[in-house]
Ligand binder design. Structure first.
Ligand code: TTP
Ligand code: MG
Length: 709
C-alpha cells in the first residue's frame, strides 16, 4: 500500500502541532518562541501546548546568563528582520521584472534536472538512546524517561507528551514532567546498537549513507529491481528485520530524493513509514503545505526570517521568488527554489566519501574568569583539536573561535594543524575579547578548522570531490551561509561536480542546533551551581564534574565516521566486485533461486527431448515424454526399428540435425553424462530409468548400426 502524500496532507497530527506552535508565537513574544529550542519540530509532541512549555522555560531560565544571551540574540535577530523588511519595502518600489524572469528561467532549468527514477529512503531510529536503554530496563518503556542529565539528549514518547525533548535542560524538563526519569549516557551501548542496525542496512544498500548515529539514507532502487519488490514492501521488510534482530524500531521516509525522504521519515514516527510518490504533482503538493521548518536546512533563525516576508510554507516561497536573491543571497535563492519544487539529491554514498567541511572541538567547563586558567583551557582545546586533525588527516586554512556566543574567523598565513599553531592563531582573538569585555567569564570555548586540506599521502584531490567556495562552507555560521551573495554557480571549480546548496544549508542548520545545545548546557551548569548538589532525589542532578564529563563526551560522540559494514557474502569473496545478488538477504536469495529455476524450466521447454527409441523429438515435458517412451516400447517399436532399412535410418539421420545427433549418442553409449543430466531434468529415476536402460540395451544394434558420426 502506498500512501499518497497529496491525499494525506495536511494530517490532523500536523495541524495540531502547527496550531500549537502558532499559538505559542502569537500569544508570546519572539523570545519565548526562541526559548522553545532546537527540537520544537520533534515527533511525538502533537498534543503538547507549546505556549505552556515556553512559559515554563521562560520562567525557569529568567535571570540566567543563558536567558540574557537568548534575549540578546533575539534582539539581534529582530533588528536583522527589520532590515530585511525595510529592504523588501524598497524592492517593492522597483521594477523587478528581470529578477522575476530570472527566477522563472531558473525554475525551468531546475525542472529539467528532476530525476524521478530513484528510490531514496531515509531511516531514523525511534527515540534512539532511550530505546537502547529500555532494552536493559524494560520497565521504563511505560513511564516518561529521558537520557542525559544536564541536558536531555532524547526522551521516550511518553515524556514527549509532557513537552520534554532533546536539547532541553534537565531541570526544565523536570518542571514539565516531575516524574521524569533521567538516565546517564552510555555511548558504548548506543554505538554498538547503531552498528547492529547498520549491518542490516548494508544488505539493502551497501553504499548507504550514515547521516548521524541513528539515521541513514539508502538508495534502494537496485534492491527493489532485483528483489522485484515495491519500495513500500521493501521498507516494511527492512523495518521488520531491524526490529526482529535489534529489538528497536525505526521509522522511514520513501521518496525520489534525499530531501523529501528525510521529511517523510518524521511523518509517521514512531515505528511508521511514509511514502511520497515519484510523480511531480504529488511532490509539488506535498511541498506546498509543508511548514518551512520541516525542511532540513531551515533552522529557527532562517524560519523566522522567511516568516517575516510571508513565507511559512514551502509553497509560499514561489510568490516571493523575485526578492529572495536580493534579500538572502544567491545560494539561499537556489536552495529555496529547489525546496519549493521538492528537488533534492538522489546520490547516496558512504559518509566517509563525503568531503569533510570542518573539524572542531568545543568544550564546556566551570565558569572561569582567571586569564591564565582561560589560556590553559584554550591550549587544552587546541591539543584536542590537533588530535582530531591528526586522526582525520586534515589541516585547516581557516580557524574559527567560539567563546560562548561569539564566533570569529581568522585566516592564518599557513594551513594549521598543530596545537601550538592553533593556540597561537587563536590567542589574539581571545585577547581582543578580553579587552572588550573586562572580567570576562567563560563556560564555553571552541576551535574549529574549515577549508580543509588533506594531509593524506598521495592525495591529489586536496578538497575531496565537492569543493565549496570560501564563504559558504562555514558550517558554524548558519546566518553567514545564506547571506553570501557572490556565488551563483552550482558547479565546482573543475565544473564536474554538482554542488547542492542543500548540503550547506543542512550543515548550517546542524551547526545552529549544536550551538543551541551548548548554550542550554551552560544554562544547566549555571542552575546546578546555584542549587548545588544537595538533592539526591532530584534525578537530573549531576555534580559539575559529571556534567562537564557528560557534555564533553557527548561532543566527541558520533563524530567519527565509521566505514559501512560489509555484508557477509562480500567479506567472503573479497576482490570480486560487489553484486546485489551476492547478498545473504533471504528475499533476494529466494528470488534468485526462483529465477534460476524458471530459467531452467524455460530452457528445458525450449529444447525438445529426443526419444531414445524412435529418435523423434518430443515435447520437453516429463509426463508426456514418459508416456511416449512407454508407447514406443509397448508397441514393439524396437523390433520394428531393427527391421528398418538403412535408407530409412539414413533419412532419419538426415532429418535430424547436429543437436539431435549429439542427443542420440549418449543413449547409444548407455547413458553418458549428458544423458544422465537429461534424465535428471526430464526423467525421474526408478521405473523410467530402468525402462530406458532396457530400451537402450535393446536398441544397441539399431544405434550402433547407425553410427552416423
Ligand atoms: P534523533 O534521531 O534526533 O532523536 P531520537 O532518535 O532520540 O528521537 P526520534 O524518534 O525523534 O528520532 O537523535 C538520535 C540520538 O542522538 C538521540 O537518541 C540522542 C542523540 N542526540 C543528541 O545527543 N543530541 C541532540 O541534540 C539530539 C537531537 C539527539
Ligand atoms: Mg532518531
Amino acid at each position: 500500500m502506498t500512501i499518497n502524500a497529496a491525499n494525506d496532507l495536511p494530517s490532523t497530527r500536523h495541524n495540531f502541532t502547527e496550531a500549537a506552535v502558532e499559538k505559542a508565537v502569537t500569544e508570546h513574544d519572539t523570545l519565548k518562541y526562541h526559548l522553545l529550542g532546537p527540537s520544537l519540530t520533534k515527533a511525538g509532541q502533537d498534543s503538547v501546548d507549546q505556549s505552556k512549555v515556553s512559559e515554563i522555560i521562560y520562567n525557569a531560565s529568567k535571570g540566567s546568563k543563558y536567558f540574557n544571551n537568548e534575549e540578546h540574540k533575539d534582539k539581534n535577530l529582530t533588528s536583522k528582520i527589520e532590515r530585511i523588511l525595510a529592504k523588501k519595502r524598497q524592492l517593492e518600489q522597483l521594477d523587478l521584472a528581470s529578477d522575476l524572469r530570472r527566477a522563472e528561467e531558473y525554475i525551468a532549468e531546475l525542472e529539467l534536472t528532476r530525476d524521478l527514477s530513484q528510490t531514496v529512503v531515509h531511516i531514523d531510529c525511534d527515540a534512539f538512546y532511550a530505546a537502547v536503554e529500555e532494552l536493559d530496563r524494560p520497565e521504563l518503556k511505560d513511564v516518561p524517561m529521558a537520557v542525559g542529565k544536564g541536558v536531555l539528549t532524547t526522551c521516550n514518547y511518553h515524556a514527549r507528551k509532557f513537552g520534554c525533548r532533546s536539547g532541553m535542560a534537565g531541570f526544565v524538563a523536570m518542571k514539565l514532567c516531575p516524574s521524569l526519569i533521567c538516565l546517564p549516557l552510555n555511548f558504548e551501548k548506543y554505538t554498538a546498537k547503531a552498528q547492529e542496525v547498520r549491518e542490516i542496512l548494508a544488505e539493502y544498500d551497501p553504499r548507504f549513507e550514515s547521516a548521524s548515529i541513528d539515521e541513514a539514507y539508502l538508495n534502494i532502487t537496485e534492491y527493489c529491481r532485483e528483489a522485484e519488490m515495491d519500495p513500500w514492501d521493501a521498507v516494511m521488510q527492512l523495518r521488520a528485520e531491524v526490529e526482529e534482530k535489534t529489538h528497536i524500531t525505526i521509522s522511514a521516509g520513501i521518496a525520489p530524493n534525499a530531501k523529501i525522504a528525510k521529511i517523510a521519515s518524521n511523518r509517521n514516527k514512531p515505528n511508521g513509514q511514509f511514502r511520497v510518490s515519484d510523480d511531480r504533482p504529488t511532490i509539488i503538493s506535498f511541498m506546498r503545505d509543508l511548514p518551512t521548518r520541516k525542511v532540513n536546512g531551515i533552522g529557527r533563525v532562517f524560519e523566522r526570517e522567511l516568516d517575516a516576508i510571508g513565507v511559512r510554507t514551502c509553497g509560499e516561497i514561489y510568490a516571493q521568488r523575485q526578492y529572495l536573491s536580493k534579500l538572502f543571497g544567491e545560494k539561499a535563492f537556489q536552495f529555496l527554489m529547489q525546496t519549493y519544487l521538492g528537488l533534492g539529491r538522489t546520490n547516496v554514498q558512504p559518509a566517509e566519501e563525503h568531503e569533510r567541511k570542518s573539524v572542531g572541538t568545543e568544550s564546556t567547563f566551570h565558569e572561569m574568569s582567571d586569564p591564565q586558567e582561560l589560556r590553559e583551557k584554550l591550549h587544552w582545546i587546541a591539543e584536542e583539536l590537533e588530535k582530531d586533525l591528526t586522526r582525520t588527516q586534515f589541516k585547516g586554512r581557516t580557524l574559527l573561535h567560539t567563546y560562548e556566543v561569539f564566533t570569529r574567523q581568522v585566516i592564518p598565513p599557513k594551513a594549521v594543524a598543530t596545537a601550538d599553531d592553533l593556540y597561537t592563531y587563536g590567542l589574539p582573538m581571545f585577547c581582543k575579547l578580553e579587552k572588550e569585555i573586562p572580567g570576562m567569564r567563560l563556560r564555553l570555548m571552541g576551535l574549529r578548522c574549515t577549508h580543509l586540506i588533506s594531509t593524506k599521502k598521495n592525495n591529489h584531490d586536496f578538497f575531496g570531490l565537492r569543493r565549496f567556495s570560501s564563504v559558504d562552507s562555514d558550517p558554524s555560521n548558519p546566518n553567514g551561509a545564506h547571506t553570501s551573495r557572490s556565488i551563483a554557480t552550482t558547479r565546482d571549480e573543475s565544473g564536474e561536480w554538482e554542488v547542492w546548496p542543500e548540503t550547506e544549508f543542512e550543515a548550517a542548520a546542524a551547526a545552529e542546533r549544536r550551538k543551541d545545545f551548548l548554550e542550554v548546557e551552560c544554562l544547566s551548569q549555571e542552575q546546578e551551581s546555584h542549587q548545588g548538589h544537595d538533592n539526591p532525589e532530584n534525578s537530573h542532578s549531576l555534580t559539575q564534574e559529571e556534567a562537564l564529563e557528560e557534555s564533553n563526551r557527548r561532543h566527541k560522540h558520533g563524530r567519527e565516521i565509521l566505514p559501512n559494514p560489509t555484508p557477509p557474502r562480500m567479506r567472503m569473496d573479497s576482490g570480486i566486485g560487489f553484486r546485489h545478488h551476492d547478498l545473504p538477504n533471504p528475499v533476494l536469495q529466494r528470488k534468485r533461486e526462483e529465477k534460476e529455476a524458471e530459467e531452467d524450466r524455460r530452457k528445458r521447454e525450449e529444447r525438445p527431448w529426443i526419444c531414445p527409441i524412435c529418435q523423434r523429438p518430443q515435447a520437453a515435458e516429463e509426463r508426456a515424454f514418459n508416456e511416449h517412451v512407454d508407447f514406443c516400447l509397448s508397441r514393439g517399436v524396437i523390433k520394428e526399428a531393427a527391421a528398418i532399412d538403412d535408407d530409412r535410418l539414413d533419412a532419419q539421420c538426415d532429418d535430424g540435425n547436429e543437436h539431435e545427433e549429439r542427443t542420440i549418442l549418449p543413449v547409444r553409449e548407455s547413458l553418458s553424462s549428458s544423458a544422465q543430466q537429461q534424465q535428471r531434468r526430464g526423467r525421474p529415476s526408478g521405473k523410467r530409468k530402468a525402462g530406458s536402460e532396457v530400451a537402450a540395451g535393446k536398441n544397441k544394434k539399431l544405434f550402433f548400426g547407425k553410427a552416423c558420426v
